[in-house]
Design a protein around this ligand. Structure first.
Ligand code: FAD
Length: 460
């Protein structure tokens, strides 16, 4: 088989891989990138982007319902799933083409093939072609993980398939308590499915602030989502056209679809890591140093495959920093602290920094400010919903070290609050900003009463 030489070979044309490839090429490197599925990766093809489009679709239900209180009468709205999916697919195809064009514009050679390591300085394509590369970047992302095998697992879908269902399920069980599980629960409920969320832990969104978890759970339940915590799906039986989910306590739930969103694992199987000597970290991701170099000099890894913070902007930053450092003679280290993030549930969640529990463990003095209120729009709409804002403050320095929001546009809000938190703004500096009235966000600068104060006596 033919052999070729490149300066950089990137395995995986997702968020991290595409960015690294084009930046390395702009620094003058000869770059080749391999993609075994579709250019754009998880985020564009079956993650953030199609997910957000489905979230938008699901939110029209409340808009239609709420309009009546504002004097609108709009008849009976009807929803058509195949139209939504076809339109979504068209947009994803457009984005995939745009990513491909970008690679071409930057003179990155794209091979539509699986690629695996073939020793430390080479990769092998599916047709056997061997490519020698001075530097290799592994950016293969993650893959849904369904946990232990259960009877009937073949009937279970993941988020990958949820984007391509022929019909909207009338009833669905979603197992999982992470952001993908709660987002899809909101999507399906908003579009009209009867949703049961099953999670083995004591409450959804493990790792998030406890008030956020409680608040979101309440709001989801108000929207008719049945949330069953402390149980798991033990089996899925087919019974004619329908599926019957058996829970660990013996409860049987008849459904049309069962989806698991029980986590994602780094996509490393069969990559040839052992033959090249690339080591894994205890969390299953490829072990890397601060500059994303693996245990083998010349082989780097970025994004979800390293299992650091599995978000698109993080993968992009890591890919960009790698390319600037290795090919641009411009050393850059990615700062993984204070990464803002959103959950596009209904209502939305936006968070940055420490939770109350984390702050109490890490700091000597912690002040908590929080408020829960009915959003103005809900008044005339007659909707029973509440928003939640919380600031976690280091009581010794007055710095805002955490912000947690549940409510409309929380994702948009946390991006902006993130700037202040990253700049190490103090609570006094938040308070010095004039409120924008009437908004929900004005709560961020008007909360004066401490809801809780930890450790002040001990520190004094
Ligand atoms: P990926 O984007 O996964 O790209 C890896 C690519 O490598 C894939 O295209 C894959 O086909 C290819 N590949 C794998 N192995 C090989 C091989 N051997 N040879 C050739 N090609 C290979 N993040 C956010 O920030 N915001 C969100 O709202 C959000 N929502 C999400 C919703 C869902 C349902 C999912 C699943 C994820 C979501 N994410 C979100 C996470 C986000 O998609 C990932 O963090 C991001 O895509 C990681 O980028 P990456 O470059 O590491 O890998």
């Amino acid at each position: 088989m033919a052999e070729q030489d490149v300066d950089l070979f990137v395995i995986g044309a997702g968020s991290g891989g595409v960015r690294a490839a084009r930046v390395a090429s702009s620094h003058g490197a000869r770059v080749m990138i391999a993609e075994e599925y579709r250019v754009g990766g998880t985020c564009v093809i079956r993650g953030c982007v199609p997910k957000k489009l489905l979230v938008y679709a699901s939110r029209f239900r409340e808009e239609f319902e709420d309009a009546a209180g504002y004097g609108w009468s709009i008849g009976t709205p009807a929803f058509d799933w195949p139209t939504l999916i076809a339109n979504k697919d068209r947009e994803i195809a457009r984005l995939e083409a745009a990513y491909t064009t970008t690679l071409e514009r930057y003179k990155v050679a794209l091979v539509k093939s699986r690629a695996v390591l073939d020793g430390p300085g080479a990769v092998r394509l599916a047709d056997g072609t061997r490519i020698r590369a001075k530097t290799i970047l592994i950016a293969t992302g993650g893959w849904p993980y369904h946990g232990d095998d259960i009877p009937g697992i073949e009937h279970v879908i993941s988020s990958n398939e949820a984007f391509h269902l022929d019909v909207l399920p009338k009833r669905i069980v979603i197992q999982g308590g992470g952001y993908i599980a709660v987002e899809f629960a909101g999507i399906f409920a908003g579009l009209g499915s009867e949703v049961t969320l099953v999670y083995r832990g004591e409450n959804i969104l493990r790792g998030f602030d406890d008030d956020v978890r409680e608040h979101l759970r309440n709001e989801m339940e108000k929207r008719g989502i049945r949330i069953i915590c402390g149980h798991t799906v033990a089996a899925v039986d087919r019974s004619g056209d329908e599926l019957v989910v058996r829970l660990s306590d013996g409860t049987r739930v008849p459904v049309d679809k069962v989806m698991f969103a029980t986590g994602r694992r780094p996509h490393v199987d069969g990559l040839g890591l052992e033959t090249a000597g690339v080591k894994l970290a205890p969390n299953g991701g490829i072990a890397v140093d601060a500059g994303s170099q693996t245990s083998v000099p010349g082989i780097y890894a970025v994004g979800d495959v390293t299992n650091r913070i599995n978000l698109t902007p993080v993968a992009i930053r890591e890919g960009h920093a790698f390319a600037d450092t290795v090919f641009g003679n411009k050393p850059v280290t990615v700062d993984h602290s204070n990464v803002p993030t959103a959950v596009f549930s209904e209502p939305e969640v936006g968070v940055i920094g420490l939770t109350e529990a984390e702050a109490v463990k890490a700091l000597r003095v912690v002040d908590i400010y929080k408020t829960s209120f009915r959003p103005m729009k809900a008044t005339l709409a007659g909707r029973d919903t509440r928003s939640f804002f919380k600031l976690v403050v280091d009581g010794e320095t007055d710095r805002v070290v955490g912000c947690h929001i549940v409510g409309p546009d929380a994702g948009e809000l946390i991006q902006v609050v993130g700037i202040a938190v990253k700049m190490q703004a103090t609570k006094a500096e938040f308070d010095a900003v004039m409120a924008v009235h009437p908004t929900a966000a004005e709560e961020l600068v008007t909360m004066r009463e401490k809801a809780m104060s930890y450790g002040r006596e001990a520190a004094e």
